[in-house]
Write a protein that binds this ligand. Structure first.
Ligand code: SAM
Length: 289
């Protein structure tokens, strides 16, 4: 049994150490043991190395360290890092690093702490920076065997969305370009201390060995993706013309969209990743980007 999943014990440890749940750092600690186990089991980490973001008081770390070969946890809050030595004292396979994950050189960390082998990543992510962290991990191009994260329900729905709906957008394309997302379980707000204002989802991301589509120029692809969704109520043609990132006249932009076999009057949210890829290749070919 995980002693750190008990809300009373969590509150007691915080009080005893003169700590307060810091909203600024998204400190909502998970207290549902079945969800903690679902994260650890979904990550498939038995005897493997794990990188954790935001250990808090060590509740999820406890679950990971019980199964994994070793766990390295990156925590921004100095007060918590000092307490972790105590709450995780029974483990000799945990290393706590006091730093901001978004300022961490991941390649260097993996070299120094994992001998160059990319670990599995597991985390109950701080909500205020969920999307930046996901993008930071994926854009690092590190081949994590798996990423299992708890995130707010709305963000998970945007990641798992299909073309045509309101949730489908830049985040959907960006994540699915790099990884295959799967929902592991739904988690109500009451499973945390303190309870956040939103429900959550545990999501597994398996990085794709090869991207779903292969744009000739990745930077141009993401420019096209952002422009397609920048003004969601406008037609694709008007969105592109208003985006300010394309060269050429409205007619040239319209002709390029038609060349891709797409109606310039559709909305960006109707386009699949493959269609956006075709568009970006044509914008490059026609020297419009
Ligand atoms: N893992 C614990 C759990 O499941 O109960 C705590 C999760 S809590 C949602 C998020 C944790 O991330 C907090 O401990 C917070 O201090 C930490 N954190 C917030 N921003 C961070 C950052 N930029 N880098 C590293 N840790 C961060």
């Amino acid at each position: 049994m995980n002693p750190l999943s008990n809300p009373k014990i969590i509150k007691h440890i915080m009080q005893k150490n003169g700590l307060q749940f810091n909203k600024r750092y998204g400190q909502n600690f998970l207290t549902d043991e079945s969800v903690l186990q679902a994260i650890a089991e979904g990550a498939n980490i038995t005897d493997k190395p794990v990188l954790e973001i935001g250990p808090g008081l060590g509740t999820l770390t406890w679950e990971l360290a019980s199964r994994a070969e070793k766990v390295v946890s990156v925590e921004i809050d100095k007060g918590l890092t000092e307490v972790l030595a105590d709450t995780l004292q029974e483990f000799d396979n945990v290393t706590i690093l006091h730093q901001d994950i978004l300022k961490t050189d991941l390649q260097k960390l993996i070299e120094e702490d994992f001998g160059g082998t990319p670990p599995t990543l597991a985390a109950n992510l701080p909500y205020y920076i969920t999307t930046p962290i996901i993008m930071y991990l994926l854009e690092s191009e590190i081949s994590f065997p798996k990423i299992v994260i708890m995130i707010q329900k709305e963000v998970a729905e945007r990641i798992a969305a299909k073309p045509g709906g309101k949730d489908y957008g830049v985040l959907t394309i960006a994540v699915n370009f790099y990884a295959h997302p799967e929902i592991i379980c739904h988690v109500p707000a009451e499973s945390f201390v303190p309870a956040p204002n939103v429900d959550s989802i545990v999501l597994s991301l398996t990085p794709r060995p090869h991207p779903t589509c292969k744009p000739q120029n990745q930077k141009a692809f993401f420019t096209v993706v952002k422009a397609a969704f920048a003004q969601r109520r406008k037609t694709l043609l008007n969105s592109f013309c208003g985006a300010g990132c394309f060269k050429g006249s409205k007619q040239e932009i319209s002709d390029t969209i038609l060349q891709a076999g797409i109606d310039p009057g559709v909305r960006g949210e109707a386009l699949s990743m493959e269609e956006l890829c075709t568009l970006s290749d044509l914008f490059c070919k026609n020297n419009l980007i």
